[in-house]
Ligand binder design. Structure first.
Ligand code: AMP
Length: 301
């Protein structure tokens, strides 16, 4: 199951601009996850301005939209962002919550025993409301968030974080959340807040997984063309949790594989604007990038 935004984005990068394209954390998570499972329960909200073809495309990938509220006459969440020449940095130009402002998610009965729960980036109160409605304890709950919520809702974010198994944030956010500059010390503090595992996303520098007293580092695939980094973090999260759901193994060893699959999916995401690349992947494309990862990181001393 996944909760998060389904949105319109307006994205400017050094390579061009994409106006009013499909975005949202939940959209990226679902598209990435659909390559690992055809059993994703989506929880989100849109206005009736959101294109029906896009919803049909998700359905055709096995994404269950029973938990998607469509508000008559409402406007979908809208986000505009502009990347710097160094695409690790971006400015948020507009965040219009629109229908998200009054979102009070009601989980369909069939969602309430979901075993793998991805709390995508959105209001921590909503992430909590979703957890409160679960009937049985999931095998794994992963929470993604961002500095925006640390600035405006730190207390409820801490409440949400207390209840999850894994949190995925970027390096700056890990520092902001913990008040520690060293990521090793940040990880210790964040473990003490609740989550047994922490994934620190470092953009083009890959990702670190902390947990069970161990650290695993995965690089990002060096790519010739990065057109639009939007959604890379969500795509990572979608690949990560869906691989773990598919294998049913939440050990640290298997989470390492999850991090690699997450990184592989993110490497596709950034090659085109919006979800365009994620819509047209083949299993062979994913498998051959996993092989590239293996080659890139193996050595014999
Ligand atoms: P990422 O690049 O992984 O941080 O995700 C970008 C996506 O997150 C975009 O498609 C936006 O629609 C969505 N987004 C941006 N800001 C927010 C926010 N404050 N809350 C929830 N989703 C957001």
């Amino acid at each position: 199951m996944t909760v998060g935004t389904v949105a319109f984005d307006d994205i400017t990068t050094p390579f061009g601009r994409a106006e009013k394209v499909v975005g949202g954390a939940c959209t990226y998570i679902s598209w990435a996850g659909s390559y690992f499972t055809n059993d994703i329960n989506l929880v989100s909200i849109v206005g009736d301005d959101f294109p029906k073809e896009e919803l049909d495309a998700l359905k055709s990938r096995g994404v269950n939209l029973e938990g998607l509220e469509i508000v008559d006459g409402g406007k979908s969440f809208f986000w505009a962002g502009k990347y710097h020449d160094n695409m690790n940095k971006r400015d948020t130009l507009v965040t219009d919550l629109n229908v998200l402002a009054d979102f009070d998610p009601i989980l369909p009965e069939s969602y309430k025993n979901s075993q793998y729960v991805m709390l995508g980036n959105l209001t921590p109160e909503i992430q909590i409301k979703v957890m409160d409605q679960m009937k049985s304890k999931p095998n794994l709950v992963v929470l993604d968030t961002m500095n925006f919520w640390m600035d405006v809702a730190m207390d409820s974010l801490k409440e949400a974080i207390k209840r999850v198994d894994v949190i995925t944030i970027n390096d700056e956010e890990a520092r902001q959340l913990s008040g520690e500059y060293s990521l090793v010390n940040a990880a210790k503090k964040i473990h003490a807040m609740g989550p047994k595992y922490l994934v620190v996303k470092k953009g083009e520098h890959g990702a670190l997984l902390f947990g069970d007293g161990q650290v695993f580092a995965a690089p990002a695939l060096p790519l010739a063309e990065v057109v639009d980094p939007t959604g890379a973090g969500d795509t990572f999260a979608g690949g990560f949790i869906s691989y773990i759901a598919k294998t049913g193994d939440t050990s640290f060893e298997n989470m390492k594989n999850g991090v690699v699959y997450g990184s592989v999916m993110a490497s596709f995401c950034v090659e085109e604007f919006s979800i365009n690349k994620l819509k047209n992947l083949k299993q062979e494309d994913i498998a051959s990038r996993v092989e590239l990862f293996k080659k890139m990181t193996s050595f014999n001393i």
